[in-house]
Each structure stands twice: as C-alpha cells, then as structure tokens.
Design a protein around this ligand. Structure first.
Ligand SMILES: *[C@@H]1O[C@H](CO)[C@@H](O)[C@H](O)[C@H]1NC(C)=O
Ligand SMILES: *[C@@H]1O[C@H](CO)[C@@H](O)[C@H](O)[C@H]1NC(C)=O
Ligand SMILES: *[C@@H]1O[C@H](CO)[C@@H](O)[C@H](O)[C@H]1NC(C)=O
Ligand SMILES: *[C@@H]1O[C@H](CO)[C@@H](O)[C@H](O)[C@H]1NC(C)=O
Ligand SMILES: *[C@@H]1O[C@H](CO)[C@@H](O)[C@H](O)[C@H]1NC(C)=O
Ligand SMILES: [Zn+2]
Length: 950
C-alpha cells in the first residue's frame, strides 16, 4: 500500500511533525509537503480510516484463526446494490483442507449478516449427501469470528466445501467493499463501488480466512447493472444473463493464482479505460472516470515500462495475464497493490495533460513503481504475518526509486532518496518513543499502526544499505532466489536473510564470519540508529565508537537495552576523494567499545558513510569538521552531492542533540550561498526549517529571517520566478524551494509577483494556465494570505469547479493560508461537515493546512480539543484524531503547550487506545522543543548577531 500522503496533509505532517523537516509557514508547508511527498511518494502514516474503530482486546488475546483447517479455493458471488439500498447480496463456497481433526469451522466475518439456514458443509467426496450437521452457529465479535460448531469432526487429509449466503453493506468508510461517488461534468451524481482490504477488511466483503498466510485461489463472480463495468484481479471470462432481470448481468472472472485475501479486489463503476500494448504478454489498462480519462496518459505509458523493468530486475515474468490500474475518487491510502488490479487515489495516478507540477509528476511515477514492485514483493511472495509488514513496504518503497529511475533516468531520483526517505525517518527514529521496525502485532488496530514511516522509510533505508554493502549483483541474485523459492507462498525476514547470505557467500561479497541475519537483526529488532564518532590520531589511526543517536538524552529513561549495531563502514579522504565504492570496506561489530582503522592520511579531511548508504550518522573531531567546512566553502563540488546533503543533515541534528557546537552547522549553512544543487539545498532547508519554526513566535525571528534570505536570495535570483516546464526536473524542484521559502519569508519580489499572478487569474478565471503548476501552491497561498474574503471565495469556487485532483489538493491546502480567523474557523467547520463540498478523505488535509498556518495554529488546536467527539464520529476513527494532534502540535515549544498535550492525552486515553503512540511522540517532541529553546535559542541569536544579523 502506498501511504496516504499527497493530498492528505495530516498524514504528511504527522510523519514530519516531530521532525525538523517541516516549516510551519503555510507556503513552505505546502510546497515541502508536495515536494517531499511527491518525490518520495510516500510517507505517511496510514492514520486515517484504519477501519478498526476503537480497539477492543479479547480477554484471551489470541485473535488468530485456529490452524486446524485452511482454505484451498473460494468461489465468490456478489451482487452490490450500488444504485439502490447499498446492500450486498453474497454467497461463498470455500473448499477447505484439514490438518488437525476439529469440530468447528472458524473464519473471519465483520459487518456481515449471515443467513444461517443457508450454511452447509459437505465432504468433497459427497457433495450431494446431506452434509455435516451443524450444532450451533455463533459470532465472536471481538475477534471478528464466525464459528460453526459441528456434530461430527472434520478429518485430516480430507477436503470439505463450506457454503454460506449472507448480506453485506456498501459502507462509506473507504474500507471493505465500499461505495463512492463523483459528479459528472453535466452535474449528475454517479455512484460506484470499490474494495480496499489491506490489512483486515476483506472480512467485511465476504466470510474468509483473513490472514496473509492463508493463501487460496479465488473465482469471483459479480452481478452488475448493464450500464456499469466490473473488474477484478483476473480477466473477465464471460458475461451471462441474470435470471429474468435484463437490467442485471453476471460477470465471471478467471481463477486467480494462490493469493492472500487482503489482495483481492473488485470495482464496479461506469469508468472508461485506455489500453496499452507496450508489454507483449500483458494486457495493461488504466481506468478513470470519463471526465478524467485524458489524465491517464502518463500512467499508461509509465506503468507498462516499469512493469517490464521489474520483470527484468527480478528475473521473473509477471505471472498474471493482465494488469489494471484504476483512479478512484475516494480512497483511503495513496494506492493499493491488489494483484492485477491496483487501486489509486486520483492524485497518485492521474496527470493533467495540459499542465502538471514536477512534484505531481514524480509522485505518480513513484507510486506506480511502488505498487508494481509489490506485484512480486508482497503479492507473489507475501509476508507470513503483519509483523513483517516493514519488509513488504520498505522493499516497495526502495524499489520504487529503482523503477522510477528506469523510466525517468534524467530525474536522478536515487540521489533524492536521502532527503525524502532516509533523513526524513532519521528525524523520527531518534526519539525515545520510536519503535523497532519489526514488531510483534496481533490486533487489527495495532496492525493499522504499522503503516508508518518507520516501516516505509526506515525499511527502505536499511534495504538500500543492504543493497550497497552486498553489491548490486549479489542483492539482485539473492532476491530472485528468494522470490522463486517462496512464490505463491509466504516468508518472513529470516527467509530473505537466508537467501541473501547464501548468495553473498557464493559471490564472496559477505565476510565469512558474518551472516546477513547477524547484521540485519541489529537493524530490525532494535529501534533507533547509531551515530559513530571518528577520532583520528596524529599517526593516522582512526578510532570509531558507536552509540545510539537520540535527539534528547533524558536522564529518566528506563530503557536499559545496550544498543549496538553491525555497521558497514565506507570512507574516503581528501587526497583521493572517491564516493563511488559503497561496498563495506570494514565491519564495525555490534560488540566491544571501539573499532580501529589504520593508515588514514592526516592533515586532510576524511568523510565516512559514503553517499549516506549506511543508516547512521557520523560525527568527527572539530578539526575534521573545519577541514570539511573549508572544502565546502572553497570548492564544494569536490564532495558529492549526497555528501553535501549528508554533512548538512548530520551536523544540524548532532548540534540539536547537543553532540556538536551549533557553530559548525551554521557555518555549513553559510556555504549554501554558492550551492546550486537541489539535494543539498533540500537537506539544509529541512533543517533550517526547524530553526525557523522554533523562532516564529520570538523576538529573534527577524535576525534569522534576514540570515535565511541572505542565503536564499542568490538561489532565487539564479532560478527566477518564471517557471519553464522545459527546465530539468531538478531545476524545477529548486525553483519550487526557492520561491516557497522566499515568499514565506515575505521577500517582497516574490510576494508581489505571487499576488499579481493571482489577481490576473481572478480577473480572467479561464486563463488558469498562466500560473505555472509548480508555483501554484506558493502563489495561491501567498495571495490568499495577503488577500481577504474575495481571494478566498475565488479559490473556493475554483476548488468546486476543478476536475483535476492535484489542483483540488493544491487549492484545498491554500484555503488554509488565510489570515482571517473567521474564514479559517468556517473552513475548519466545513472540513468536518458532510455535504460541505470537502470530501471526507480530504478533511484532515484541510485541518493540517490551517494548523500549518501561523495564524491558524492555535485556532486549529482549540477546534480540535473542543470537537474531538464530533471529529472522531465524522471520521469514524480515533486514530485520525491523533494524527490531527500531531499536526497541530508540531511546533509546540512552551510549557503551556506541553501541559495541554498531557491533558489531552489523559482526557481521551480510553478512546485513543494504541493511537496514544502518536500523542506520545508529540509530547516527547514538545518537551524536546522546550529544552531546545532553553539551550540554543540565545546561542543562535548571538551567532546571528556576531555575523551581522539583528
Ligand atoms: C435492498 O434491496 C434489495 C433489492 O431491491 C433487496 O433484495 C434487499 O432486501 C434490500 N435490503 C434491505 C436491507 O432493505
Ligand atoms: C475450533 O477448533 C479448534 C481446533 O480444534 C479449537 O482450537 C478451537 O478452540 C475451536 N473453537 C471453538 C469456538 O470451539
Ligand atoms: C445466525 O446465527 C447467529 C449466531 O448464533 C445469530 O447471532 C443470528 O441471530 C442468527 N441469524 C438468524 C437470521 O437467525
Ligand atoms: C487439499 O487436500 C486434498 C486431498 O483431499 C489434496 O489433494 C490437495 O492437494 C490439498 N490442497 C492443498 C492446497 O493442500
Ligand atoms: C445505471 O442505471 C441505473 C438504473 O438502472 C441508474 O440508477 C444509474 O444511475 C445508472 N448508472 C450510470 C453510471 O449511468
Ligand atoms: Zn506499499
């Protein structure tokens, strides 16, 4: 699944709130938001709509199905009344095999009414007989179980057929088999139905063994009205009449390969499709509502290309005869990798052919690649249980970069990985409230919590690390072996380590004394990550020590675990700088206190962790930092682009953690005046955004602002305000950063130009194409912030009119930029009101936009506290509420803020359940911010003063 991140501000900002990556100024917020998200496709926490409302824990805590029986095949008949009362009439036949004698059939069911008298169980040998008598049928609501107690035992080695008819419901909560609607250009409202099952919602659509390791084949039959189309995982075989009723038809789909329930999918709609024959053995179709069908051009070109790339990369043909991708008007996550039928929210699949931003472009490419990578890693081979979700998601997140790089080689996305995923998750994983990437989970609500940045971005980062330390050849060959061995089955992380170890041994790329498991267990079973300190002696001996990097070392910590990692070491030095060899030259063991490397040249800089391929930070003695600063200032191009980004990020965070004097990162930031590349700028600005956030409500703000404008104006002048779609991707991204920052810092040239472009548009609303898509977030936001009701109303009417999802998302974000409190208050209320014109899936984005606005933040926080029940009822989940807290609290840095958060947590502890994790993060974050203000605010003000900024 791709996390909801693009037009879901909440998700985005909850990922980043505890980090330094987000500025609170709305413009920057939106832009950074769009950029980061788009480029990296995905981070956000799948906080919304997790389906599980409040957690309920069964007494015995065992919610897994009994292992005595398992499904072999399903035959599923569904008739959804989309244009009626939203009932689903269903019937299911499940062939089950028995491993241990048992007197019951237990399977998952939720929000389904069983027709008890229709339930039958027959031995496959005796289908026409009376069947096995059922003693009693019952539900276990806490476990989502349906249990049929039998008069006689089912026998091992035999197969049985379970039959049940039932009634389900097309809900409006974006999970299970749900309903959605959209408005056609002629104004008519059209309904459709789609499915979203990951992780535990297949049981809402049909009774099933809803665990990823319970793989089976599926024969799906869907009844639809004759003016609609049904699609599913497999191609349609034929259509037959539906009894007497000519308005209805049965569509029959081919038998699937063995697969997990969470990957089953169907959509019934009036959508159109375009077909691409790029790939000779796979029929590839992209679906959208008719008014948006011309926005499928990019997906229908890139999808088949990326699919072919993965066929080559994994060296395994795509095993299905077709691949459909569909853009849904209502969708909870970013996208979902259902085998052969990938579902997307519109912004993750569609691109307006007449104009789109570089970030939308990146996002669409990235999400498509992410989902297609899952077709092998996740669908063909599936995790044994949700505890290994990180492997699925981390892998797809990483492979998305390789896939995007193959279809868009000019974008250099492999370089942007460090800023969009690695440094991003560094900022979360340095908190005490982090969690290990591999966690034991049982309950649905806990499973939903796993769809977070740690699984996605840390997962991707440590897989990237492994790719580099094993080398590309070993990594690829090991993966192919793993996929072949476990295809149509399930595997756990140890199975992957096993295949990679064997390959590494065979290729000689892994030291004899080490296995991949020994190394990787230190990264997956422990939370956090290390910082290594390098100290060079006069005779060239480097002594390395490692410790867990924590943003704040609290003396009260109760964590006594001895954190140590197996760390792949790479380095280069000034006399022959070479950043290309990323295979580990040394292994720093997870034992002992220090590790020594001899023979480094002295009196010149050294740099460790090349291309930031290792998931760790590096600190040096002041002497080496100064040599690196000199290099940056004299000729920064000697250092690779990623190294420059790495030095900025490491130094700022080391300083923030009290491990380095702030003078070092501030000196590093001053070289930026001469920096021309996007990646280092992006890394540095993410860090400077933290300073900016903390300074906003202080006297020192002006000095910081002037300092920032001093380094940004050369960049702004270099890239210019005028956008040119023919510019390289990286230049467009740079301009987006420069314009967003200078406008947010109220640089008059930027503000005046933004306000006047918007005024021109208002004067002539049909001429929208005059405003570049890249600069829209900044221009809209700046003009709305500077304007009044007219500017806001104009944006609102354009929001209502637009047929382009990404444009709508941009406008929605900009509507939160107003500085009129009453406008913002009205906007917040609209966000959580049915029929206001803001879709439920976008409510949290509207909230985050207000929360990210200086003027709106306190309003948003009050609104949230005063309306918790209203909001959670509307969103049908408390988890989403905790994500809103994260948004509102991201810049909290006063003791009063801290008290308010504690009170919120205690007031709602019961409702929050396991969603308190996000609140704890906010609380820790706030307390860190308070300490930061105490420790560094004066120091930085003085530094600015000494450098001429008042
Ligand atoms: C919904 O409509 C269908 C078809 O009209 C009907 O068979 C079914 O009983 C209705 N269900 C409910 C709950 O009203
Ligand atoms: C069903 O059978 C399994 C295996 O024999 C057993 O573990 C489980 O407790 C039974 N469930 C019920 C509700 O009796
Ligand atoms: C079917 O069985 C379940 C479990 O015993 C019961 O709760 C439900 O009321 C029954 N439904 C009907 C229609 O009898
Ligand atoms: C299920 O059991 C039958 C024997 O009844 C056997 O032939 C078949 O291979 C089994 N299927 C699976 C998937 O184990
Ligand atoms: C299909 O026909 C039904 C009536 O049979 C109507 O209610 C519905 O709006 C139509 N759907 C579309 C997409 O035209
Ligand atoms: Zn995914």
């Amino acid at each position: 699944m791709d996390k909801k991140d693009d037009d879901a501000g909440t998700s985005y900002s909850s990922a980043r709130s505890s980090s330094h990556c987000m500025s609170r100024r709305s413009t920057i917020f939106i832009v950074v938001f769009l950029f980061v998200v788009l480029v990296c496709a995905g981070f956000l926490v799948h906080f919304c709509w997790p389906g599980a409302k409040e957690p309920s824990y069964p007494e015995d805590h065992d919610i897994r199905l009994p292992r005595s029986i398992f499904p072999v095949s399903y035959e599923l008949w569904l008739q959804p009344f989309i244009n009626g009362n939203f009932t689903i009439l269903g019937a299911v036949n499940i062939v089950i095999n028995v491993t241990i004698p048992t007197d019951n059939v237990t399977l998952h069911i939720s929000d389904i009414i069983t027709k008890n008298e229709t339930v039958t169980i027959h031995s496959l040998h005796d289908l026409d007989g009376p069947g096995i008598r059922i003693k009693k049928q019952s539900y276990d609501h806490e476990k989502n179980f349906y249990v049929a107690l039998l008069e006689e035992a089912l026998e091992p080695g035999r197969s049985y057929k379970f039959h049940m008819e039932y009634e389900g419901y097309l809900n409006d909560q974006l999970n299970g088999f749900y309903r959605s609607s959209y408005t056609r250009s002629d104004g008519s409202l059209v309904l459709l139905a789609a499915s979203q099952f990951e992780p535990v919602d297949a049981r809402r659509a049909f009774p099933c063994f809803d665990e990823p390791a319970m793989k089976a084949t599926f024969d799906i039959h869907i009844a639809r009205e004759s003016n609609m189309t049904a699609i599913s995982n497999m191609p349609k075989i034929n259509t037959t009449a539906f009894g007497e009723n000519s308005q209805w038809m049965w569509d029959h789909f081919g038998t699937t390969l063995p697969m997990s329930t969470y990957l089953v999918a169907f959509v019934v709609s009036d959508f159109q499709h375009v077909e691409s024959n790029y790939n000779d053995h796979i029929k590839f179709r992209v679906w959208a509502r008719q008014d948006a069908i011309n926005q499928t051009w990019y997906a229908s070109k890139t999808g088949p290309q990326a699919l072919s790339f993965f066929e080559n990369y994994f060296n395994i043909s795509f095993p299905l005869p077709k691949q459909d991708m569909i853009a849904l008007p209502d969708f909870s996550a970013g996208a979902m990798e259902n085998w052969g039928l990938i579902t997307y929210r519109e912004t993750a699949l569609l691109l307006n052919p007449v104009g789109y931003s570089a970030s939308s472009h990146s996002r669409v490419a990235n999400v498509i690649a992410h989902e297609l990578a899952h077709q092998w890693f996740g669908d063909l081979v599936t995790m044994e249980w949700w505890s290994d979700l990180w492997l699925n998601e981390g892998f797809a997140t990483y492979m998305a970069y390789l896939g995007t790089n193959s279809v868009e080689p000019d974008w250099n996305v492999l370089d942007t990985f460090v800023v969009t995923d690695l440094q991003n998750v560094f900022a979360l994983d340095c908190l005490e409230s982090s969690h290990p990437i591999s966690v034991a989970v049982e309950f649905p609500n806990d499973i939903n919590q796993l769809f977070d940045d740690i699984s996605y971005s840390k997962g991707a980062s440590i897989i990237r690390m492994m790719n580099h330390f094993l080398t590309e050849e070993t990594f690829k060959a090991g993966l192919t072996k793993y996929l072949n061995v476990h295809q149509f089955g399930n595997a756990a992380q140890d199975d992957l380590w096993q295949c990679l170890t064997e390959q590494g041994r065979a290729d000689g790329t892994l030291p004899e004394h080490l296995s991949v498991k020994t190394i990787m267990d230190t990264w997956t079973l422990q939370m956090g990550y290390p910082v290594i300190s390098v100290h060079l002696s006069r005779d060239g001996q480097a002594t390395l020590t490692q410790k867990r990097f924590l943003m704040v070392n609290t003396s009260v910590s109760t964590d006594t675990h001895d954190y140590k990692w197996w760390i792949p070491i790479t380095f280069t030095t000034q006399d022959s700088p070479d950043f290309s060899v990323t295979k580990a030259s040394h292994w720093m063991p997870a034992l002992g206190s220090s590790y020594v490397i001899d023979g480094l040249p002295t009196n010149q800089w050294h740099l460790f962790n090349l291309e930031q391929t290792g998931y760790y930070r590096v600190n040096y003695g002041v002497e080496n930092w100064n040599l690196l600063i000199n290099q940056l200032q004299d000729n920064s191009s000697v250092l690779s682009l990623v190294s420059r980004a790495q030095l900025a990020d490491d130094s700022f965070d080391l300083a923030r953690a009290g491990e380095l004097d702030y003078d070092i990162p501030l000196q590093i930031s001053s070289y930026l005046e001469a920096e021309k590349e996007f990646v280092p700028w992006s890394a540095a600005l993410s860090n400077l955004a933290y300073l900016e956030n903390m300074f906003t409500r202080t006297r020192g703000y002006v000095a910081l602002r002037n300092y920032l404008l001093g380094i940004l104006i050369p960049l702004y002048n270099d890239v210019g305000f005028e956008d040119n779609p023919d510019d390289t991707h990286s230049l467009q991204n740079k301009r987006v950063l420069a314009v967003a920052w200078t406008c947010a810092l109220e640089y008059s040239d930027c503000v005046v130009k933004s306000v006047s472009s918007y005024a021109n548009w208002m004067a002539n609303p049909t001429k929208i194409s005059d405003i570049s898509d890249n600069l829209k977030p900044t221009i809209y936001c700046t003009a709305i912030a500077r304007g009044g009701e007219d500017e806001w109303n104009f944006a609102w009417s354009q929001y209502r009119l637009s047929n382009v999802a990404s444009e709508k998302a941009t406008l929605l974000g900009a509507l939160g930029c107003s500085r009129e409190i009453w406008i913002l208050a009205r906007f917040l209320e609209m966000a959580f009101t049915e029929g206001s014109g803001i879709r439920k899936q976008d409510a949290t984005r509207a909230f985050s936009a207000v929360a990210a606005n200086d003027v709106g933040r306190d309003l948003a926080w009050d609104f949230l506290r005063n309306n918790v029940m209203w909001i959670s009822n509307y969103l049908q989940t408390f988890t989403a509420v905790s994500a809103l807290v994260t948004d509102a609290a991201s810049e909290f840095n006063t003791p009063l803020n801290y008290q308010e958060l504690l009170k919120f947590k205690s007031d709602f502890s019961e409702e929050l359940g396991s969603a308190t994790y996000a609140i704890d993060q906010s609380i820790e974050n706030t307390s860190n911010n308070i300490a930061w203000m105490d420790n560094y605010y004066d120091y930085i003000v003085n530094w600015l003063h000494d450098h001429g900024y008042e």
